[in-house]
Design a protein around this ligand. Structure first.
Ligand SMILES: O=C(O)c1cc(=O)[nH]c(=O)n1[C@@H]1O[C@H](COP(=O)(O)O)[C@@H](O)[C@H]1O
Length: 247
């Protein structure tokens, strides 16, 4: 089963479009350690595992703890039930040979179902991720931060913003063979979402394309096409600050 089939199946099974971010910020941990980062994620997984369509661990917060952090990431991934798809948020992407190593790390070593990547090294830089039809590849298109205007929104001679070109080239060319890519589009920019959906009317993947945001409501939404599910992503900061439910 491919990543997007797994995601579609899971969203259907739990009737949920929620993807929970696992971002163990130091400020939220009981102590500043890799063990505390793991415990933070473990608790979040325990509290939400019946409700979620996917989990999105952000590698940076684990890598910050060095070798112990890497082990904490592996333990966190192992704590996620098998049937729940994983989006490794690592925002990889380099020249082809280096991307081969990144892809091997995400898919073979960490055994994640999908990974976030940057498109700015071009198609050859993403092929190592895209060549495996069983894995999902989330390409940054229009991100949620204010600085996304600096480069992603630059106007091309054709009149379209660069992020629209990214959406088109990714969906219609780079990921055409296996339709295994999604687009990360910030829900902070509703207009960008509209323009992208217009520019790429057909799905470029077997499931939803992604959107992220830092909205005050702590929600990220993923746009959908046709009968594919729309994924709603919830910030970890929105969920992790909730009190545990008492039975
Ligand atoms: O790729 C992402 O997940 C992402 C895309 C985007 O446009 N904006 C964005 O905030 N994210 C990620 O979503 C999470 C946001 O976390 P908080 O804002 O700290 O709750 C982080 O892991 C970000 O790296």
């Amino acid at each position: 089963m491919s990543f997007f089939e797994k995601l579609t199946q899971r969203a259907h099974d739990v009737n949920s479009l929620l993807c929970v971010g696992l971002d163990p910020h130091k400020a939220e941990l009981e102590e500043d350690s890799a063990e505390a980062a793991f415990k933070f994620c473990q608790r979040l997984i325990e509290e939400t595992k019946d409700l979620v369509a996917a989990y999105k661990p952000n590698a940076a917060f684990f890598e910050a703890y060095g070798v112990e952090g890497w082990a904490a990431l592996q333990r966190t991934l192992a704590a996620i039930p098998e049937e729940i798809p994983i989006v490794l948020d690592a925002k990889r992407g380099d020249i082809g040979s280096t991307s081969e190593a990144y892809a091997s790390s995400a898919f073979q070593t960490l055994k994640c179902d999908s990974v976030t990547v940057s498109p700015y090294l071009g198609g050859d830089g993403l092929q190592p991720f895209l060549k495996d039809p069983s894995r999902g590849v989330w390409v940054l298109c229009k991100t949620s931060n204010p600085g996304s205007q600096d480069i992603q929104a630059l106007q091309l001679p054709s009149g379209e913003p660069l992020y629209v070109h990214v959406a088109k080239v990714c969906c219609l060319q780079w990921a055409k063979e296996h339709s295994n890519a999604g687009l990360v589009v910030g829900a902070t920019d509703v207009e960008a979402m509209r323009v992208i959906r217009e520019a790429v009317p057909e799905p470029c993947h077997g499931g939803p394309s992604a959107c992220e945001s830092n909205s005050p409501a702590s929600q990220h939404c993923h746009s959908s096409r046709k009968n594919r599910p729309t994924i709603i992503l919830e910030h970890h900061t929105g969920l992790s600050k909730q009190e545990p439910c008492n039975p």
